[in-house]
Design a protein around this ligand. Sequence first.
Ligand code: 1HN
Length: 362
Amino acid sequence: MNAPLTPGAVNALGAAQAAELRKQLYADMSPLNLTPLWEVLHALVPQQPQTPCVPALWKYDEVRPFLMRAGTAITADEAVRRVLILENPALRGQSAITQSLYAGLQLIMPREVAPSHRHTQSALRFIVEGSGAYTAVDGERTTMHPGDFIITPSWTWHDHGNDTDEPVVWLDGLDIPTIRFFDAGFAQNDDGKVQKVTRPEGTSLATYGNNMAPLRRDAPYGATSPIFSYPYARTRDALHQLERDAPIDDWDGVKLRYVNPSTGGSPMPTMATFMQRLPAGFNGKAYRQTDGAVFSVVEGTGSVQVARGDATHTFHFGPRDHFVVPSWHTARFSSQTGCVLFSFSDRPVHQALGIHKEERLS
Ligand code: 1HN
């Protein structure tokens, strides 16, 4: 047994002796679930974000055959949701594209129904291929078209159906890892497969989507936007008009964020969504931000350089490709042809915590 040591005596110990003393300390206290901070302090409080996530690209031409194989391997009914998860290569097995976000590509075949359920996780749908399928949110349906951004607010009943003759594919973005982190997930299946339609299509957009609002009605979906479908036709017109008539941002091209019209904030409490147009010949400057972002290419082609330290990934992308730019990686976009990019991130959470940071490099 060692005699008690004063701090001065510890300083006087030889390195080997100190190492032995510490090793024994760690081993002896471990059964009490005690562990020394000083061994992990630098990793707990890094000088700058040190995400384990890596940049990654999913080419639609390579992914689509597997989606279609999934279409023959399992029905939407059996699967509940027929989705291929886009897993960050550094987070395999965690159903996560970043530490806080989930992304997947969902397929619904002609005449299929994905049964009604609800959960506390918020979801966004960004339509990638096919037109005319629907999603229903608490009694109102909306028809899907490529480029539409659709929300399933937390704890709302939702089912999807496809009454067309074509497969329909969309990007699902959910805050699953965030809700898992807080251990705050609840879910329920509905009594029926398809929920009853109680309002005509377009009611929510007519009520809240024209810079007007009802006189006496609370937000129907709490902290989430009362508009649950943001049609691409409107977004596209706005971007094209701004490309023509307004200054082009050196970093973003023409970039708009989707808003909750009741608050001016993000459409969902956990996820921000964006649409941007890079004009033909755009050669952007580099930026980095703490919110890792997932991109879905809507139109056109381009490339992005994603870098951290010495490692640079260059992704060449075209329509329906998806990629992820992790936290605090620099991103630099360019496009010869011009292109349109949808993206989403966990920025509202960073902002709520007062920790959002962005740097625009010149
Ligand atoms: C979900 O409910 C949907 O409703 C999609 O389409 C993906 C991933 C995990 C948990 C629930 C949907 C999901 C999901």
